[in-house]
Design a protein around this ligand. Sequence first.
Ligand SMILES: [Zn+2]
Length: 277
Amino acid sequence: MTRSEEIKNAIYALMFSALGALFKVYGGMRYSSEAVFVDGLTCIAGLFAGLSVIWWLRKASMPPDEDHPYGHERLLFGGVVHTIVIYSLVAGYIFFMLLHPKSYEVSPEASIYAAIGVAFYAIAIALYRRVTVAGSPIAIFTFSEILEGVISITSSLLGSMWGYMIDYIGAWIIEAYLFVEIGQQSIELINMISDRVSPKVKKYVENEFRKRGFSIVNFRLRCVVPGKYQGDISIVPENDMSDDRAYEIAKEIQERLLESNIDLIVHVKRKNKYEGK
Ligand SMILES: [Zn+2]
């Protein structure tokens, strides 16, 4: 699939999720279901979050320049920050909206509108999955809208049969889930910007040098964005290795690691320096 086809898919996906959001917000207001309305508001938040993620994704793909000599990849986190802000705003609005309940009568049509909304979301997810780079995280995101949709369909339907309280509780469940998501996203963001690296990746790099006859004196590695690493390593060659040969092998390993997105500065040290001679 070409890049322009991918972008076309992403735009169609956004349109289908906008339709889904519209049906839920309208259905919730017109047929008085708080659960469906709240669900619709979270869908609108998701829509803006999706747009923001796409915007930052384009920014992050710019090549290195004067003010960003390491590249612009970390601008990806702009999308995460905006997503948290957008969802927090909506969660706050819903919180004060639900705080003052008045009794209301839910019409059964509300759950039908919610179901139509969920159907549009299912199409949007299928389309997002076909967009390689940006698509899959958004697909996961949009998937939680399906879960919320199931809650709003069920609680509005039961609410129309047995009273508004069930619908009202459904609205609070969706709101609570929103807070959980905001918390999870925040923790995820902190983890990603704190230079954490998985021991597996570190071990992999160390092995690349050890199996070619080096011992490791000093090694630091950090994750720039998921799947991309930077670091520095100091290595000492085995006794019988000439300096020229050591530099040659070190360069080989360095280039191979760079191909798998591990950008390392390699220092080759002389052995006697580390034996106190
Ligand atoms: Zn720049």
